[in-house]
Design a protein around this ligand. Structure first.
Ligand SMILES: [Zn+2]
Ligand SMILES: [Zn+2]
Length: 116
């Protein structure tokens, strides 16, 4: 009895899986022309230039140093929008997390640690 139900369940799951697979295939077929059009557009040089500029802007990361806490003696040195390296920030809430730091902050933090 219970074996029958298992088979039935397996059949149902297989059918559901088949339908989802079909739905995904249909959806992909439908958006495919959009993708092709997009690919054609992004290959044009003027569009590539815009994308590259955007990528460069995104790559400029803000410094997420907690200056007043991490190196209170040198609070004003931060190059806020020029984070170049990744440092560690320990917080009670998140544990150790990687944070982008600018070069002066990284140096100040190292000096601070050294002085401790
Ligand atoms: Zn800092
Ligand atoms: Zn900084």
């Amino acid at each position: 009895m219970s074996e029958d139900r298992d088979t039935e369940l397996a059949d149902t799951l297989a059918e559901v899986g088949r339908r989802i697979g079909q739905a995904v295939t249909d959806a992909l077929e439908r958006i495919r022309p959009t993708f092709d059009a997009l690919a054609a557009v992004t290959n044009r040089p003027e569009v590539r230039a815009v994308i590259e500029r955007a990528e460069k802007a995104v790559r400029r990361r803000p410094c997420l140093c907690f200056c007043s806490r991490a190196h209170p003696a040198d609070r004003g040195i931060c190059e806020t929008f020029d984070a170049v390296i990744t440092g560690q920030y320990s917080s009670d809430l998140l544990g150790d997390v990687d944070v982008p730091l600018c070069a002066p902050c990284a140096a100040a933090r190292a000096a601070q640690k050294f002085a401790e």
